[in-house]
Design a protein around this ligand. Sequence first.
Ligand code: ADP
Ligand code: MG
Length: 328
Amino acid sequence: MKHLLLLLTVLCCIACTPQSTYRTDSGRVFGTYYKVIYLAPNNLHAGIKEAMQKVNASLSTFDSTSIISRVNQNDTTVVADSLFTLVFTTAQQVSRQTNGAFDITVAPLVNAWGFGFDPTRTRSQGMLDSLKACVGYQKIQLENAKITKQQPCVQLDASAIAKGLGCDVVASYLESQGVQHYLIDIGGEMRLKGVNNQYKHWRIGVQQPTEDSILVSNQVAAILSVSNVGVATSGNYRQFYYQDGKKISHTIDPRTATPCNHNLLSTTVIAPTTMLADAYATAFMVLGDKDSIETIANANGLAVYLLYAQSDSIQSVYNTSFEPYLLK
Ligand code: ADP
Ligand code: MG
């Protein structure tokens, strides 16, 4: 009788436990799309949304009440939370590693070139020169959750790192719920773990930019097989406009105050976290030079894949750490 009861209890539990299936959650966040595929018995939409909201509340320059916006408004009562602190300290590290090519104090320049939270398209050389005084990662410090600026005009733009952080925060949430297999994609930046529904590492494509940089093709330049990493691609072929026949891209070199304009079309970085992959992908777009990119990538244990225009074709180059991820 005891055994029968036990058997009935076990059978009942199996019948009542929802089966794990691959679920898809998608929508819009941070001014772009997101898509999450995860293997779980329950729908985790509410928690995924909440994780993204936390990032927004801390780092969105498009929300005037976020921590980053309050820093930009010189609100003296603002206190940095853990996400702001993580992004700020990581950004400062990447700035040091890339000789200032990556710099979240680039905000005044991003705005001046028409891409930021306060865009304008009228600028003069004099104005750009004077804005240089407001830009530079050494001009702002964070200590004991308090921000100090050398100049009140120093402002922050976390757009090149926040989507990556968003992927990492959603990943932490999913893992806290016991999820071991997932793909998180926020506007093309990704975090992956475990396997897909074919029991294989996740397959993702690196988009092929078109040579004239006007049309974006749907072709892929490479297919990657990845797991347990963050992946980010940065490109100058999606966000740009033309002015006086010159291409104005959304990646700005903080050291010269001008948009990057060289033959590098996209950079794809694989790193332990998507936040790092995201930041370095943008930094490498600024650095442009293949040799310096490889030096920095190798020194920081990053896998990097570059697409650049040469004569009439698009060429790829990657470091040895990237090779194991390439399927095609
Ligand atoms: P991409 O996918 O091309 O990297 P991101 O959104 O990740 O695009 O980053 C580009 C954004 O980062 C710009 O729109 C701007 O807000 C900001 N940005 C531009 N130049 C820099 C820079 N040198 N360092 C840090 N952030 C930058
Ligand atoms: Mg980026």
